[in-house]
Design a binder for this molecule. Structure first.
Ligand SMILES: C[S@@+](CC[C@H](N)C(=O)[O-])C[C@H]1O[C@@H](n2cnc3c(N)ncnc32)[C@H](O)[C@@H]1O
Length: 372
């Protein structure tokens, strides 16, 4: 993307965040209107639904408060506030405005926040992040603690940065990378500001971490068993992101397209760790080749994730969709040795209480670049 398109895209992301509240409240208003239109006797029977819609408005406003913190002028990256007057929900669907999928991205990020930075995400993090952390720790297990900072780990497609943060917490030097401003903006807030920003009355159970409240499933009105599931309130963050070892290890997040950003960093990394990432590629071979090039001889690639190829079903988009066996074969053909390989069952951004749950039998492997 050239600078102008990049700026334009960034402005669109900010607009989407800012449109979230009005757009979502408008939708609730529309539903309330329909409830008022059904026959009186039916209205009597669905009184709880009418009350629930009112309650939804409050939850949406709470989510909007969290978004407000993410977009606060002192928190946004430089020049981010030069986008003119605040956008509102009226932009959605308008001729020059946002599409529904823009606001939908904001809703997806709310669920991603629960996965990565709330106690409600414990199970998913245990399923997806822990196998990667364990395999990396085992591999570097003989390294003295004081030398861990010299081990450089790269986490492309890091989302809201919890996985790289967990690795940094163990003492490694870690860099996360992501190209989505939706994720980068929220990660920036959580990592750098959330702990100091929240009001004192929102202290976490452990007494150490102030929190904001987010309702990740508030927009999920299908397959809800009971009202409380839709209104699950999660405290964010569940840990203090500023608590990292002071051993000299570095922790950073870099924005940008993975293949482009790391094109000139051959043999600079001891480990590349990918979680739910390789299927975001148009050309997964290019990702695997990049990972191989980034690794030092003897370096490792730990991967876990499904093969839900991101561009596969998109009209007018191109993508290569390899089978699991082909991914492993290409990895080997490009010169990486598969040391360990299996499946791990994982949910992703999923409401555990919903009648509809998705689980993947994720491909999980550890590969090594030969020393030669
Ligand atoms: C499915 S999410 C996984 C997030 C996180 N690793 C997790 O397991 O929760 C994939 C992430 O990869 C990012 N991503 C997709 N394509 C990318 C690319 N080419 N370069 C950098 N990041 C990318 C997306 O923005 C998204 O945050």
């Amino acid at each position: 993307m050239d600078d102008e398109s990049e700026q334009k895209h960034f402005r669109r992301v900010l607009k989407s965040f800012r449109a979230y509240e009005t757009y979502s409240l408008n939708l609730i208003e529309q539903k309330k209107k329909y409830v008022r239109e059904v026959p009186k006797e039916d209205q009597e029977l669905v009184k709880k639904l009418a009350a629930r819609l009112n309650r939804s408005e409050e939850a949406i406003k709470t989510n909007a408060q969290f978004i407000g913190k993410v977009l606060a002028p002192k928190i946004l990256f430089s020049n981010a506030n030069e986008i003119g007057p605040n956008s509102n929900g009226a932009d959605v669907g308008g001729s020059n405005g946002l599409s529904l999928s823009d606001v939908d991205r904001v809703r997806t990020v709310l669920k991603q926040i629960a996965r990565e930075w709330s106690e409600a995400g414990n199970l998913e993090r245990h399923q997806s992040f822990q196998p990667l952390i364990d395999v990396i720790q085992r591999h570097f297990g003989k390294t003295p603690v004081s030398d861990l900072k010299n081990i450089r780990i790269l986490v492309p497609g890091a989302g809201l940065a919890r996985l790289p943060w967990e690795l940094a917490r163990l003492g490694y030097t870690v860099q996360g990378n992501d190209f989505s401003y939706y994720h980068l903006l929220v990660a920036n807030y959580i990592l750098n500001f959330a702990h100091g920003d929240a009001p004192a009355d929102m202290n976490a159970g452990n007494g150490s971490t102030p929190k904001s409240i987010v309702y990740p499933y508030i927009h999920q009105t299908n397959n809800v068993v009971r009202e409380e599931n839709q209104f699950l309130a999660v405290g964010v963050p569940d840990v203090n992101p500023r608590q990292l070892p002071t051993t000299g290890a570095e922790f950073s997040m870099i924005g940008g397209e993975f293949v482009d950003v790391y094109a000139d960093q051959n043999e600079s990394w001891d480990c590349v760790c990918t979680c739910f990432f390789i299927d975001t590629a148009r050309n997964v071979v290019q990702y695997i080749r990049t990972i191989k090039n980034l690794l030092r001889p003897g370096g490792i690639w730990a991967n876990l994730g499904p093969l839900l190829y991101h561009y596969a079903d998109m009209f007018n988009e191109n993508s290569i969709e390899l089978t699991l066996e082909e991914v492993l074969q290409v990895t080997a053909d490009l010169g990486l040795e598969i040391i360990q390989n299996g499946y791990r069952r994982c949910a992703y951004s999923s409401d555990q209480q919903s009648m509809f749950k998705v689980e993947y039998d994720c491909l999980f492997f550890l590969a090594r670049k030969p020393v030669q």
